[in-house]
Design a protein around this ligand. Structure first.
Ligand code: C2E
Ligand code: MG
Ligand code: MG
Ligand code: MG
Length: 287
């Protein structure tokens, strides 16, 4: 109570509570920040790649790059935990550069081996809003030699809330370069639907929270069905995230969802496991 009173006194609707747990949290954040700075100079980041499967052909058509961090001191830390810290401290810019570079480099290696996979890269709003973002992405594509149409930038609805005109220009320039744009976690953000018709977007990724109970929950069924129809009516593709059971696959197939991603087909894989996985699932594929 006293802590709450203290927080209120600090004014301006600041109702933060100063409980020990929060303090620990703060210390933890500082520690993560310190270790992240060190990680940037070393090699404790890696990327995992989760296959994205075309529902009709059952072929792997893309992979999503997901960052992994194993720190000497802190051990393995989930991106859910460290990405927000990286965003608060601005370190996300350097981390994001590394992710883009590494993902495009790897996709080019696969491309040269005859596997023309689209590569999804998660982009933080802080990266996306920087004035040099488009040049940076184009520079990385040029340097790595990956054809732009294989790069798929995943942004979230909330990224498009502010500076709409700037966002629009950025998206348009990326499109003009031939790069693909996906809206990640679609349905969970705050933005209105009006941006969808104005902004050049290729793909909607249905958030996994709508897929989780889609078999049991008729409201989730309605939402998923509507998102698929909305996307198709606007000439966009749809990917369902978090597909864990064959019931879900049947449901998505019936609703003509384009692609799926989830633990049923594959966990995120180490880079050396991606091509063996594809060869195992598609033995008919000959180079
Ligand atoms: P996301 O972009 O929505 O990525 C999908 C997340 O769902 C991944 O978690 C993935 O491992 C997980 N997932 C995949 N299939 C299933 C499934 O069937 N069931 C369930 N329950 N989960 C599944 P991960 O790798 O822990 O990443 C969490 C989030 O961290 C990502 O969500 C993304 O927002 C962020 N993130 C990851 N890598 C990066 C990165 O390189 N840059 C940025 N800015 N954010 C990243
Ligand atoms: Mg994503
Ligand atoms: Mg994401
Ligand atoms: Mg997502």
């Amino acid at each position: 109570e006293a802590a709450m009173h203290y927080a209120k006194e600090r004014g301006k609707g600041d109702y933060q509570l100063y409980f020990p747990s929060l303090k620990t949290h703060h210390t933890e954040k500082l520690l993560i920040e310190t270790r992240l700075r060190e990680a940037l100079g070393g090699n404790s980041f890696t990327l995992s790649y989760q296959p994205q499967i075309d529902l009709k052909s059952k072929q792997v058509v893309g992979v999503e790059a997901l960052i992994r961090w194993e720190d000497n001191v802190l051990g393995k830390i989930s991106p859910v935990e460290f990405i927000p810290v990286a965003e608060e401290t601005g370190l996300i810019v350097q981390i994001g550069d590394w992710v883009l570079q590494e993902a495009c480099h790897q996709a080019k290696i696969w491309y040269d081996q005859g596997f023309h996979l689209r590569i999804g890269v998660n982009i933080s709003p802080i990266q996306f809003q920087r004035p040099d973002f488009v040049e940076k992405v184009n520079g990385i594509l040029q340097k790595t030699g990956l054809p732009p149409k294989y790069l798929d930038l995943e942004i979230t609805e909330n990224d498009l809330l502010y500076n709409r005109d700037e966002c629009y220009k950025t998206l348009k320039r990326l499109k003009e370069s031939g790069i693909k744009i996906s809206i990640d976690d679609f349905g969970t953000g705050y933005s209105s639907l009006s941006y969808l018709r104005r902004f050049p977007i290729d793909t909607l990724k249905i958030d996994k929270s709508f897929i989780k109970e889609v078999i049991q929950n008729i409201n989730d069924q309605a939402i998923v069905t509507s998102i698929i129809q909305l996307a198709h009516n606007m000439n966009m593709r749809v990917i369902a995230e978090g597909v864990e059971t064959s019931d879900m696959v049947a449901f998505l197939n019936d609703r003509e969802c384009d692609e799926m991603q989830g633990f049923l087909y594959s966990m995120p894989l180490k880079k050396e496991d991606v091509i063996p996985f594809i060869n195992k699932t598609e033995p008919q594929k000959v180079l």
